[in-house]
Design a protein. Structure first.
Length: 212
């Protein structure tokens, strides 16, 4: 896939992003292993996803918490973000955390899909995000030492990072935020694939987003 033209790689990247992120935030269930060996490009341009051995279901409340945190982070509302994280047990000693520092940490790991612009993902971007969210070299490490990750959310972060790694290997280009707004805010789709996906859900009477 890495040898294909840019337009094809962009299309595959959008399918991968919609599949892994969309399954979590629309349905509360997802594959936790976005490994390149687990999907195949079909002759008709579709993508077949394989190997659901690492599969996770998340309670609707946990999914909605993540979406609420994303909305607060995108809005730059650090007070709201701190309250949400503290209430869910993510923060030990919440008074230690400055709202602006939490917003900076949020953007360090999510900027690629919470920034409203076209972004070409690269391996260097994936490496930096991985450092920012999990490595002692991270500028947020002192803060992360006083945070915890409840089990329901652990696989979600793994899925998110590995999806970014795959998209970066493809050097896929898109406005990832415009796509993500479909499940973060319930916005109508603005891409051809998004419109096709919406028609698919409409024909089958599926819920567009958890909690709706």
């Amino acid at each position: 896939m890495r040898e294909l033209d840019q337009a094809t790689r962009d299309r595959v990247g959008e399918i991968v992003f919609r599949f892994f992120f969309g399954c979590l935030y629309r349905h509360g269930q997802f594959s936790g292993d976005p490994h390149p060996g687990n999907f195949l490009l079909r002759g008709d341009g579709g993508v077949a996803f394989l190997d659901f051995g690492l599969f996770k279901r998340m309670p609707a409340a946990a999914v909605e918490l993540e979406l609420e945190c994303q909305r607060a982070g995108i809005a730059g509302d650090g007070e709201r973000l701190r309250d949400l994280l503290a209430g869910a047990g993510f923060l030990r000693e919440p008074e230690r955390f400055k709202p602006e520092s939490l917003i900076e940490q949020f953007h360090g790991s999510t900027w690629w899909y919470t920034t409203d612009e076209e972004i070409e993902l690269t391996p260097e971007i994936a490496t930096q995000v991985a450092i920012d969210i999990s490595d002692p070299r991270s500028s947020y490490f002192a803060q992360m030492r006083h945070e915890t990750l409840p089990p329901d959310h652990l696989f979600g972060r793994r899925m998110e990072l590995l999806t970014l790694a795959v998209l970066s290997q493809l050097r896929a280009r898109n406005n990832w935020h415009v796509i993500a707004r479909e499940w973060i805010y319930g916005d109508p789709p603005r891409t051809e694939l998004g419109e096709a996906e919406a028609r698919f859900y409409a024909r089958r009477g599926c819920r567009a987003r958890v909690g709706v």
